[in-house]
Design a protein around this ligand. Structure first.
Ligand SMILES: Nc1ncnc2c1ncn2[C@@H]1O[C@H](COP(=O)(O)OP(=O)(O)OP(=O)(O)O)[C@@H](O)[C@H]1O
Ligand SMILES: [Mg+2]
Length: 323
């Protein structure tokens, strides 16, 4: 079954251009100059129930705007969205009970109260049976490992603890579709891992459909089989993550560290220089030239250390988005 549908979804924003100074202020008031930003343009996709899909794109690409349209926070200027068969902006009570949104940079908990208080309110709002509530809460607390934190005032929690509690509060009602906008932003490596593991468990156990955005490639690589790339508001790729990197499957990166300073010019014979300083360099070579390039480097340069890597996903995306 299709859980999420976007059909030519578009959204633009009008902003009034402000000119500095008093004259500028008067002009802004009398003859406002409006500029249009097309945040999302003609984006179309289907997401099946139970899928985990990652939205990737540089800053300002339109990821958050898309999520806001899918969750009924923003109205599209053109096109249509359907989530679980309903138009998000209708925000029907029944529908709201089946979705959840977690925004990594927004606090959705009561600041001056312990997290448990927010959980209790959620229980009331969603009218969750108390036995069911306790079971669910225990499950969430255990997997996110915050048992000793939920009675602490939210304002005293660390960023990671707050994020985890925020997830708990959004998941108590067992939503069928979960939207996460940068759920691991600012978290340390251990917490990121914990959140990723948790989301995987959630998808396995609840068959919950998950749409997430993240700037951490690891989140996406480990959780999402499918990615949708958005750049300047437009969908530029939709498919399995493997397909993206497979275009670079026959390329390797030679990472060289030098014992003495080396000028960039000395590297040209080895391969295409991607980045270099006097102390180190990253050089692109095709897989069948790795042996030769390595030999040349060792022969001609004061090489202290050498490593051969495949092309990282970060680089693949950097290339794609710089086009
Ligand atoms: N309320 C608004 N008013 C005016 N412009 C907006 C508004 N919201 C978003 N925009 C613009 O729309 C574009 C897309 O923004 P959006 O927040 O969707 O990007 P994003 O992909 O989530 O970026 P990031 O990775 O930085 O979170 C940006 O150019 C942004 O400035
Ligand atoms: Mg965003």
């Amino acid at each position: 079954m299709i859980a999420i549908q976007a059909q030519n979804l578009s959204r633009s924003f009008f902003t009034v251009k402000r000119t500095p100074g008093f004259g500028g202020m008067i002009r802004t008031l009398t003859r406002p100059e409006r500029t249009e930003t097309q945040a999302v343009k003609d984006v179309t996709f289907d997401i099946a129930e139970g899928e985990v899909v990652g939205f990737l794109g540089p800053n300002g690409a339109g990821k958050t705007t898309t999520i806001k349209m899918l969750t009924g926070i923003l109205y599209p200027t053109a096109g249509e969205a359907r989530v679980l068969g309903e138009k998000p902006f209708d925000r029907k009570a029944d529908w709201l009970r089946q979705i959840a949104v977690v925004m990594g940079n927004k606090n959705q908990l009561w600041w001056d109260l312990p997290a448990r208080a927010t959980f209790e309110v959620m229980r009331e709002i969603y009218d969750i049976d108390s036995r069911d509530y306790q079971k669910r809460l225990d499950f969430l607390i255990e997997h996110l490992q915050v048992a000793d934190k939920i009675d602490t005032q939210v304002r005293r929690m660390s960023l990671g603890e707050r994020m985890k509690c925020q997830m708990i509060s959004s998941l108590l009602h067992r939503p069928r579709v979960l939207f996460l906008d940068e759920p691991t932003i600012g978290l340390d490596v251990v917490s990121q891992l914990r959140v990723r593991d948790f989301l995987r468990t959630l998808n396995d156990e609840d068959r919950c459909t998950i749409v997430l955005t993240s700037h951490y490639m690891k989140d996406v690589a480990e959780l999402c089989e499918r990615v949708i790339l958005i750049d300047h508001g437009t969908k530029v790729f939709d498919g399995p993550l493997d397909t993206l990197s497979s275009q670079f499957a026959n390329e390797r990166r030679l990472r060289l560290t030098f014992s003495h300073p080396v000028e960039a010019g000395a590297l040209t014979g080895i391969g295409e220089v991607i980045e270099s300083t006097e102390e180190s360099a990253l050089v692109a070579v095709s897989q069948d030239r790795v042996a030769e390039a390595t030999r040349l480097a060792l022969q001609d340069l004061p090489v202290e250390d050498i490593a051969v890597d495949s092309v990282s996903l970060d680089e693949v995306l950097r290339k794609l988005f710089s086009r």
